[in-house]
Design a protein around this ligand. Structure first.
Ligand SMILES: [Ca+2]
Ligand SMILES: [Ca+2]
Ligand SMILES: [Ca+2]
Length: 183
């Protein structure tokens, strides 16, 4: 069972994924992110790198459609999303696998200078690709970067992700990973 705080966090996460704000996560939302990431990396639409990017997101959507779209209507609504995460969180192996995939894809896409850390500008890029404001991203980055060295490592991001998905502490900075709750 998801706690109330987990439901709030996962609902926030849902809104981030539902970029076109139609109440469902579907292919159209993925298309928008792919296009934003393509522009971020300055990729030619015909390039192999763009093709790999598309394939990565396509397999992510395929996975989500298969496991989360229970009524098979081609979109994942918020109830289906919460049910999906409830089952992922109940299974340690599945949870670890899910977070590892998301974490490594995050670095692949947003660690633009490939130094192995996410800096404030890179974190802003992530928010922008999902249609959120850079000012909000900067504020949240300061909260996430607990030791204030201006960088978030792989390990720190993994910890935040675990805190975000699993934690039930209302004051944990990782709660803000996808923006303020309730917003
Ligand atoms: Ca949508
Ligand atoms: Ca559905
Ligand atoms: Ca970096």
């Amino acid at each position: 069972m998801l706690t109330e705080l987990q439901q709030q966090k996962l609902t926030r996460y849902f809104r981030v994924y539902d970029i076109d704000d139609d109440g469902r996560i579907g292919p159209a939302d993925f298309e928008r992110v792919i296009e934003n990431v393509r522009l971020l990396h300055g990729l030619n639409a015909e390039s192999p790198a763009h093709q790999r990017l598309r394939e990565g997101y396509a397999s992510r959507w395929d996975h989500m459609r298969t496991v989360a779209d229970k009524d098979a209507d081609g979109g994942v609504d918020v109830e289906e999303w919460l049910t999906y995460w409830d089952s992922v969180l109940a299974d340690d192996a599945q949870f670890d696998a899910e977070v590892a995939v998301l974490e490594s894809r995050f670095f692949e896409i947003f660690d633009i200078d490939e130094d192995g850390f996410i800096g404030p500008d890179e974190f802003c890029n992530f928010f922008s690709c999902y249609g959120m404001s850079a000012a909000m991203a900067r504020q949240i980055f300061m909260d996430l970067d607990a030791d204030g060295d201006g960088a978030v490592s792989h390990q720190e991001l993994m910890e935040m992700a675990r805190e975000f998905y699993r934690g039930d502490n209302p004051n944990a900075p990782g709660n803000l990973l996808f923006g303020p709750l309730g917003g």
